[in-house]
Design a protein around this ligand. Structure first.
Ligand code: HEC
Length: 157
């Protein structure tokens, strides 16, 4: 009993202590994905879907929920964003080659078709990010169309 109490105190102190260490936030104001949007030209509905259900982990600007202020949630979230951005970052679209853009869109179709993205952990807390089959179809149609653009390569001016 005495030991359990001691462990309880240690855990509580540790939990308080980690609150002082906050991972850097992923926030960039302005048109951070302008190149991506102008090149792939998504219809308004698709743009909105991407912005509200993918950008939190795949762009340089995350809209944080209040509970991100609590550690260890903040660490966990920062890690998802770091890994998600490493795989695909709409804010750094200009740094990808046409081949890579095409490939990323191919993966996007697969992820959305298979219901893998947005991540389950995300849709648990963001119910509005659960895509309907109609929304998925719109995103897939747009991505497939954009792929053709990159496959054709640069066009003569
Ligand atoms: C909560 C964070 C989060 C959200 C929201 C999210 N993703 Fe992801 N995404 C990740 C992570 C993390 C990975 C890395 C692979 C994995 O864990 O499956 C990933 C991987 C991917 C990949 C694979 C890229 C590759 O190189 O293999 C694609 C494509 C993708 N996401 C598209 C999307 C799309 C489209 C949306 C919105 C409909 C979305 N994601 C929403 C976190 C997220």
């Amino acid at each position: 009993m005495k030991l359990a109490k001691r462990i309880g105190w240690i855990l509580l102190i540790a939990l308080i202590a980690i609150q002082f260490y906050r991972p850097a936030k992923n926030v960039e104001i302005g048109d951070h994905s302008a190149v991506f949007l102008s090149e792939t030209n998504p219809p308004q509905e698709v743009k909105l879907i991407l912005e509200t259900t993918c950008y939190d982990c795949h762009s340089n600007n995350t809209i944080y929920p209040w509970y991100n202020n609590i550690a260890p949630v903040s660490y966990w979230m920062a890690d998802h964003i770091r890994v998600g951005k490493g795989h695909l970052n709409f804010s750094e679209w200009e740094s990808y080659t046409s081949k890579k853009k095409d490939h990323k869109l191919e993966e996007l179709v697969e992820e959305v078709e298979g219901g893998e993205m947005p991540l389950k952990e995300y849709t648990w807390t963001h119910k509005e990010a659960r895509l309907t089959s109609e929304q998925k179809e719109m995103v897939i149609a747009w991505a497939k169309k954009s792929r053709v653009l990159y496959q054709l390569g640069p066009q003569p001016q």
